[in-house]
Design a binder for this molecule. Structure first.
Ligand code: NAI
Length: 331
């Protein structure tokens, strides 16, 4: 099949080319993010391979469909950026990579917890400047603390088990409790999780229910000085509410791998220009905020699995044989 790969970075080219053994598909790599302006690049391609910040709304899907595209092969697990109803109406198949390395994301969430707790990012800079003072670096023992996990699917479960290994007490909220979590996780109502957790980590998908789940009202129910970690999706958190809570001290430490308006920022080198997102820049001024640019998934194992599953989805779509991980519409 002829596949147009959007938002293609050097690592995407490397891993996808490697997985495309015997060059069984023709992969064309485009640096551009998929938008209504760039969709014409896919004219005449059977399939489009897209990532998390590509736009797959109705207008883009219509253009792709008109250009002959019948398969959307996502290089991600999340599919909140796809208008599934429009895809269904247009008869397009949407495939994804349901699990590539939940360990990668869970371990990155733990890295944010550890770095924020002991402020290793501040210590690194201080030591390089010959500043060995410890003021401002005070952490706390994780052992004995309460960790609230929102969403105990593949990633949340692993995160919970690692934190349990540190000696933390684990509370969780999930409309579908995970039986594998039963031995070490206590499911509680969200209000209880908010009220009792020293650390709260978000591992639920972005849905209409979870959009701005963490808003001013939710934060008001949390402990003073709570640590909040988001490696899920940016829009699960109301950034303005979080900024207000950082200013008041209600949120004591914030770790983000995702951000509400990340489509305009993440995965690009913008260091030569001016970043005009004032909300994002405000976040970067807090010494107790640690932001990474959607890199939680970024391990060799995950990229290998993403590439292999994506190519397997394309194989299965073309041949009609084997498993294709389609995204179904739930009504
Ligand atoms: P999963 O589908 O295995 O688990 C998600 C869990 O969230 C499910 O158990 C579901 O029941 C639960 N959930 C749904 N609505 C909820 C709600 N209102 N409150 C609490 N829990 C709710 O998904 P997985 O693989 O664990 O991924 C979780 C999320 O992590 C993805 O949806 C994606 O947004 C994000 N992600 C981030 C990455 C990164 O690089 N930062 C990479 C991969 C995923």
């Amino acid at each position: 099949m002829r596949i147009a790969v959007f938002s293609a970075k050097p690592y995407d080219r490397t891993f996808l080319t490697c997985a495309n053994t015997a060059e069984r598909h023709f992969l064309s790599f485009f640096d551009a993010r998929l938008t209504v302006e760039t969709a014409t690049l896919a004219q005449g391609f059977d399939g489009v391979c897209a990532f998390v910040n590509d736009c797959l709304d109705e207008a883009v899907l219509q253009q792709l469909h008109d250009g002959g595209t019948t398969l959307i092969a996502l290089r991600s697990a999340g599919f909140n950026h796809v208008d599934l109803a429009a895809a269904e109406r247009l008869g397009m198949t949407v495939a994804r990579v349901p699990a590539y390395s939940p360990h990668a994301v869970a371990e990155h969430a733990v890295a944010l917890v550890l770095s924020l707790n002991r402020m290793t990012y501040r210590a690194y800079n201080r030591v390089r400047e010959g500043n060995f003072a410890l003021d401002g670096l005070l952490g706390f023992d994780l052992h004995g603390k309460t960790v609230g996990v929102i969403g105990t699917g593949q990633i949340g479960l692993i995160f919970a088990s690692i934190m349990h290994g540190f000696g933390c007490r684990i509370l969780a909220s999930d409309p579908f409790p995970n039986p594998q979590a039963a031995p070490f996780v206590k499911y509680v109502p969200l209000e209880t999780l908010y009220a009792q957790s020293d650390i709260i980590s978000l591992h639920c998908p972005l849905t209409p229910d979870t959009n701005h789940l963490i808003d001013a009202d939710a934060i008001a129910q949390m402990k003073q000085g709570v640590m909040l970690i988001n490696t899920g999706r940016g829009r699960v958190v109301d950034t303005q509410a979080v900024i207000a809570s950082l200013k008041s001290g209600k949120i004591g430490r914030l770790g983000l791998d995702v951000y509400e308006e990340e489509e305009q920022l993440f995965f690009e080198d913008l260091s030569h220009g001016v970043i005009d997102d004032d909300q994002f820049m405000r976040l970067t001024t807090f010494h107790n905020v640690l932001i990474t640019g959607h890199q939680a998934f970024f391990t060799t194992e995950a990229l290998t699995n993403i590439a292999e599953t994506t190519l397997a989805n394309i194989d299965a779509f073309e041949s009609g044989e084997g498993e294709i991980h389609t995204v179904e519409i739930t009504r």
